[in-house]
Design a protein around this ligand. Structure first.
Ligand code: PMV
Length: 331
């Protein structure tokens, strides 16, 4: 028995990053990461069993409605569907439609929210009650490690200290209403995928020293989140983001994700913090900068970004409570 199901799953921003894969096949990281689940940047996915021999993949079109996905996008979805079918022991084919709340081509990664939404929607369509832990494993097995964290709300660690490969919520969303103001600096597709970056990480001479520093950094982020201590959190989050890019830039061959605007925004953030604004910066494998701040600082942060010519757009987001099934299908 299967039915039509629609799930909304959030993106997340890592405060301690996953960079480098110890087991590429199973998408297992060298180090635990810790992220904040977002509220506004989400993927909505509807799945429905069909009698065809082949899955059908549709995406939200720019002008509204749905359109067939590109061959590369369809291939990624179909590969994950194949994996989910073998997990569930079924052979059904599906029509899948997926839409991001953030503009496509805004340089925002959607693999975490996309693969989390797909895994949860298929489980719902097949009427399988799954735990958040199982959802985390299924999402991660798409090949996107950060998807493991997008199945839970609040502040999420993956893998958690107690489990092999499974994420766990460290603190709920209502523990601390942190905001994420995203400065869009580059709307082109990134030249080197994060998968390729994970593979190259170990070639950096700074990778081993990074792994040695991470337990202390992770403990500091966890504890400053627990005590809602922004002054302690901010420098560690920034140090960690720069460390990821240091590893990327010193990999062989090197990967440069930053654009000139990235440095300009980093300087603005530093100056604001020195003048007492509770804000710090972090970046994923791309040029865009996520400005993590308190609710009191959000307006000043948005205003500071809006006057910079390098900033092509600003997305206002904040900590969210995780995925949910909804009754608003895309088709
Ligand atoms: O989820 P992936 O395999 O695309 O890797 C994501 C890696 C970073 O976004 C750079 C860091 C992280 O932990 O999210």
């Amino acid at each position: 028995m299967s039915r039509k199901a629609t799930v909304v799953a959030p993106s997340n921003i890592a405060l301690i990053k996953y960079w480098g894969t110890s087991d590429l096949e199973r998408t297992l990281p060298f180090n635990p990461s810790l992220s904040m689940t977002l509220r506004e940047c989400v993927t909505r996915t509807t799945v429905e069993p069909i009698s065809d021999q082949k899955d059908e993949v549709l995406v939200g079109a720019t002008g509204g409605g749905l359109e067939p996905a590109s061959p590369a996008f369809s291939a990624g979805v179909e590969a994950h569907l194949e994996h989910l079918r073998s997990w569930a022991g079924v052979t059904e084919r599906f029509r899948v439609a997926t839409q991001n709340s953030f503009p496509m081509g805004a340089g925002m990664a959607s693999s975490a929210s996309g693969f989390a939404a797909l895994a949860l929607a298929i489980a719902a369509a097949l009427e399988r009650e799954i735990s958040a832990e199982t959802a985390s494993v299924l999402a991660r097995e798409s090949g996107s490690g950060s998807a493991a964290r997008s199945v839970m709300g609040g502040y999420v660690e993956w893998p958690s200290a107690a489990t092999e490969g499974v994420a766990a919520q460290v603190l709920p969303a209502d523990h601390w209403d942190l905001r994420d103001v995203i400065a869009i600096l580059d709307t082109t597709e990134k030249r080197v995928s994060s998968r390729a970056g994970h593979k190259l990480a170990e070639t950096s001479p700074y990778f081993k020293p990074r792994l040695q520093q991470l337990p202390e950094r992770l403990a500091e982020v966890r504890s400053s989140l627990q005590s809602r201590d922004f002054a302690r959190l901010a420098p560690v989050v920034e140090e960690e983001a720069i460390d990821l890019h240091l590893i990327a830039m010193s990999s062989r061959p090197p990967i440069f994700y930053w654009r000139p605007g990235t440095l300009i925004v980093l300087e603005v953030v530093r100056a604001m913090r020195e003048s007492g604004v509770e804000v710090c910066a972090t970046m994923d494998a791309g040029a865009n900068v996520h400005l993590i701040c308190t609710p009191e600082a959000e307006t000043a942060v948005v205003e500071a970004l809006e006057v910079l010519p390098e900033v092509e757009g600003v997305i206002r987001d904040g900590v969210g409570s995780g995925p949910r099934e909804i009754d608003e299908p895309l088709f």
